[in-house]
Design a binder for this molecule. Structure first.
Ligand code: AMP
Ligand code: FES
Ligand code: ZN
Ligand code: ZN
Length: 307
């Protein structure tokens, strides 16, 4: 006999391991949405009237984050960065458009190649591609949100991302990183650092995939050709093996980390921030890492003209 939902007579759509239960499609969606809502409340991510910019890559996590924030009634707009990584980026942009149309949220698109002359992967540098890609994305999320008066930027980071990030940084004893990771990064530097939130902080990747399927959300499956070495994926695999043997491993690991995070604070050598000479945004030296890397002489204005 096929398994039945814990709450009704319908056939099971998914078997959850932690807590252990079978759920039908409807009850799973309800469960997932409640879980995200509670996470957002627990960490006080957003006030009801705050405007949030969701960074949508075209992938499943950010699509689900945007979909749920909209469903929960937040004021949502989306930002997609076309990184200029050939076909991978073109597909990503097409999915981001479809995802935003589906939820009726405005989508802003920034194209790195048009803006900065080169796509990600086309710059001659010693820096690993993922490293300058990351710095470019983080800068644009923040500056776009700041220029357009958003109260927060939301990303699609899920429990597996967070657990593997912490695991990796413990294995390498990157205590600096361990001092400041978390579900919310508050605003700072006179508002020039916009608040960052991760609504999917407590749901697993497996749950996100199932929710996207149940809600008819389509997304890009292809991995970025520069996908961060294999190490993050290896940590994820190890954590998944543990999770299978001992359900709850990931959430307990991440929650335990949040309780003990203060132990790493002494390691925080927070360089005093000042205004970048070029763009005026926070910098640890004279020029911020974004303006320095891209050799900018003028700041980029991301303000959107509104009718
Ligand atoms: P990643 O670092 O690729 O795992 O992505 C983490 C989060 O950053 C995603 O869940 C998105 O919210 C956001 N993101 C990544 N790539 C892009 C992109 N090209 N455009 C907009 N947001 C992105
Ligand atoms: Fe940035 Fe792959 S998405 S290097
Ligand atoms: Zn049910
Ligand atoms: Zn700058």
């Amino acid at each position: 006999m096929p398994a039945k939902c814990k709450f009704c007579d319908r056939p099971a759509f998914i078997k959850l391991h932690y807590p252990r239960m079978y759920l039908c499609e409807e009850h799973f969606k309800e469960y997932f949405e409640r879980k995200v809502r509670r996470t957002m409340e627990r960490y006080k991510m957003l006030k009801p009237d705050e405007r949030v910019l969701v960074a949508v890559s075209g992938g499943k996590d950010s699509a689900v984050a945007a979909y749920i924030l909209k469903k929960l009634g937040y004021k949502v707009e989306c930002l997609h960065i076309n990184l200029g990584i050939g076909d991978y980026s073109e597909k990503g942009e097409r999915y981001a458009r479809r995802q935003c149309e589906k939820i009726g949220a405005p989508l802003h698109v920034v194209r790195v190649k048009e803006l900065l002359g080169h796509g990600i992967g086309e710059v001659k540098t010693r820096r690993p591609t993922c490293s300058y890609c990351g710095l470019t994305k983080r800068y644009i999320f923040n500056k776009f949100a700041y220029d357009n008066g958003f109260d927060a930027v939301a990303t699609g980071h899920n429990l597996d991302d967070e657990a593997s990030f912490i695991f990796n940084n413990i294995m390498n004893w990157n205590t600096q990183y361990l001092a400041k990771q978390g579900p919310v990064t508050p605003a700072g530097f006179n508002g020039k650092l916009v608040k960052k939130v991760k609504p999917l902080y407590e749901v697993t990747e497996r749950e996100v995939v199932a929710y996207a399927l149940a809600s008819g959300i389509e997304y890009e499956i292809e991995e970025c050709p520069y996908a961060r070495g294999a190490t993050t994926l290896e940590w994820k695999e190890i954590l998944n093996q543990m999770e299978e043997k001992r359900p709850g491993t990931k959430i307990n690991f991440v929650k335990g980390y949040l309780r003990k995070r203060h132990l790493f604070e002494a390691e925080l050598k927070e360089a005093e921030l000042r205004e970048c000479k070029v763009c005026g945004m926070p910098a640890s030296g004279e020029v911020c890492s974004f303006c320095r890397f891209w050799g900018l002489k003028e700041p980029i204005d991301f303000r959107v003209k509104r009718q």
